[in-house]
Design a protein around this ligand. Structure first.
Ligand code: HEM
Length: 540
């Protein structure tokens, strides 16, 4: 449990150890916000959204965990894995309790002396246990039952809870960190803008998953590894911005930002070739359902029961533990790539995602304490905000690695405390490149919306459990996605709206077509939302 939580913005937007402080005690181990931030920074690369090292098979005695997760994949080298045979829960329930004693010893040493090695073992335990926990939750649904498993057995419950708290994430499977960033092995080669789509597809297929729910070389692999390949362009984008802030090879570095965003978009559009939209709800989305809002209907009303992790006695499980409920589900919105792109290009001035106010303090406090903030709580403090703001603000602290949150804040601060935007906008060639960068963010958002329509809204849902008009993160997609799009368009218009130059006209005409397309997508999404609510699915 966290105590002595303090939040202030004296040194800019708060992050753990810088404006956010607390102490925490779990399983007799005491630690604080500084230790969590330090641990996270030992796990994630500086100036990139990638991790320092992909999750590795665990050393003894924890190897049973990674071995089991390696066996769970439904389609596994021509065999049916544990989830497909509905045999995973039984295996997980027989894990030996001594694993937790052993892990507590390891964490105690880490708290005393955090090293890259000790942080990586904790991160790996967290990654593998979160995959296993999600596997057992969804196993019944995948096998035709109506409700998911809401019981996380000991010692999996303890291992997942403790490892998550030490690295500063929710004790739940997390889309960006676990599904994408820490669980795919990138090849030594890279792709560039001059590569054609076939080469990019080959590259995506060459990224090997270390663990999977459904498959290792088909739709799930394609979906996750397309995303990972996009994130692999983050270093060029971030370092481009930071070098330009320091006036190093200014024009070249501004070009690097726009090239990275362009390449990321080119890779994104290969998704259609590697992950079939018609099978998305069936093979991919079902495995990343969350606990929040309508997605939570597949779980017990009280939420997930973490066996032996608290003092609440539950008759059904005949055990003491704690309930965790209302955690947001997994979604690309956990990714830090586009929030970084927004701050670097000035779109952030319109999203206002990293401008601190009273609402931020309430949200941060509630996310740290409970994992979510309720509408009632916001109302009682006279803060009513739309679902977009609520979701994005909630995700910053607790739903993305603390190192990523700090990276976004530090990048924004570096830009703000320099003449970056004045320098870029004062020169026609660099202004054009910045406008191009905004264009690729707009392009991403329009292509992304196209995917939401094809992959979620128009794709069959064989389980009849998924709320199509609500994202797995819990936001209503029809209003969420167009809003981010509009913010990006506003920034482009601010940059080039009044210019009478040919390249500016070209960019503005692209956005005109996009605006019309976005309105068409919005109509489709609103229609699906209506159908959902007609089916009596509450969409609050
Ligand atoms: C088939 C592919 C995809 C689908 C169906 C999809 C779906 C969604 C949905 C429904 C949301 C709304 C939030 C919520 O879940 O409640 C969302 C948000 C978001 N997604 Fe995706 N997503 C896809 C791929 C990706 C990929 C590959 C990325 C790569 C970074 C990504 C990045 C984002 C971001 C950054 C947001 C926040 C909104 C924004 O900044 O524009 N998504 N996505």
């Amino acid at each position: 449990m966290k105590t002595n939580i303090t939040i202030n913005a004296e040194n800019g937007f708060p992050y753990l150890g810088n404006g956010i402080n607390f102490t925490e005690e779990l399983f007799g181990i005491k630690f604080d916000a500084n230790l969590i931030q330090k641990t996270s920074e030992l796990i994630w690369q500086p100036n990139s959204t990638l991790c320092r090292s992909t999750a590795k098979p665990l050393p003894a005695p924890f190897n049973v965990i990674s071995d089991l997760a390696g066996e769970m994949t439904v389609h596994l080298n021509g065999k049916t894995g544990l989830i497909g045979k509905k045999a995973l829960f039984k295996e997980v329930a027989s894990l030996d309790s001594s694993l937790m004693d052993n892990f507590i010893g390891h964490v105690k040493n880490h708290v005393k002396n955090p090293t890259e090695e000790s942080a990586h073992l904790i991160a790996d335990v967290r990654c593998w246990t979160s995959w296993l926990a999600n596997g057992i939750k969804i196993e019944p649904i995948f096998n035709g039952e109506k409700t998911a498993c809401s019981f996380i057995p000991w010692p999996l419950s303890g291992l997942l809870l403790l490892s998550s708290r030490i690295i500063g994430q929710q004790p739940e499977f997390e889309y960006a960190a676990d599904y994408v960033l820490r669980s795919g092995i990138l090849p030594d080669t890279n792709v560039s803008l001059s590569d054609n789509n076939d080469t990019i597809v080959e590259y995506i297929r060459s990224i090997k998953p270390v663990v999977s729910f459904h498959d290792i070389d088909k739709n799930e692999q394609g979906f996750r590894m397309t995303h990972l390949a996009m994130e692999n362009t983050s270093k060029a984008m971030i370092e481009g911005a930071l070098n330009a802030v320091n006036k190093q090879n200014f024009s070249e570095n501004i070009d690097n930002i726009s090239e990275a965003l362009h390449l990321s978009n080119k890779i994104f559009n290969c998704m259609w070739k590697v992950s079939d939209p018609d099978l998305y709800n069936k093979e991919v989305r079902i495995f990343i359902q969350g606990l929040y809002g309508n997605q939570g209907r597949i779980y017990d009303k009280k939420g997930l029961f973490f066996d032996q992790c608290g003092d609440t006695y539950d008759e059904k499980y005949d055990s003491k533990g704690c309930y965790l409920s209302n955690l947001h589900g997994q979604t690309g919105a956990n990714s830090s790539y586009h929030p970084l792109g927004d701050e670097i290009t000035g779109v952030g001035k319109y999203t206002k995602a990293y401008e601190y106010d009273e609402v931020d303090s309430i949200i941060i406090e509630n996310i740290l304490e409970n994992g979510f903030v309720s509408d009632e709580c916001l109302k009682s403090r006279d803060c009513e905000i739309d679902s977009l703001t609520k979701l994005l603000k909630s995700f910053r602290v607790g739903y993305r690695p603390p190192a990523h949150h700090a990276l976004i804040v530090k990048t924004k601060d570096a830009i703000e405390h320099s003449s970056f935007f004045n320098d870029v906008e004062g020169n026609d060639s660099t202004k054009r490149q910045l406008a191009n960068s905004v264009r690729w963010l707009i392009q991403h958002r329009i292509d992304h919306y196209k995917m939401v329509v094809s992959y979620i809204l128009r794709s069959p849902d064989p389980y009849q459990h998924q709320t199509k008009a609500k994202g797995t993160g819990g936001s209503p997609t029809p209003s969420f996605l167009p809003k981010m799009f509009t913010n990006s368009i506003d920034r482009l218009e601010e940059l080039v709206g009044n210019s009478n130059i040919e390249w500016a006209d070209d960019l503005i005409s692209i956005t005109k077509d996009h605006k019309e397309a976005m309105n068409r997508f919005k109509k489709i999404a609103l229609q699906v939302e209506k159908e959902d609510s007609q089916k009596n699915r509450s969409l609050s």
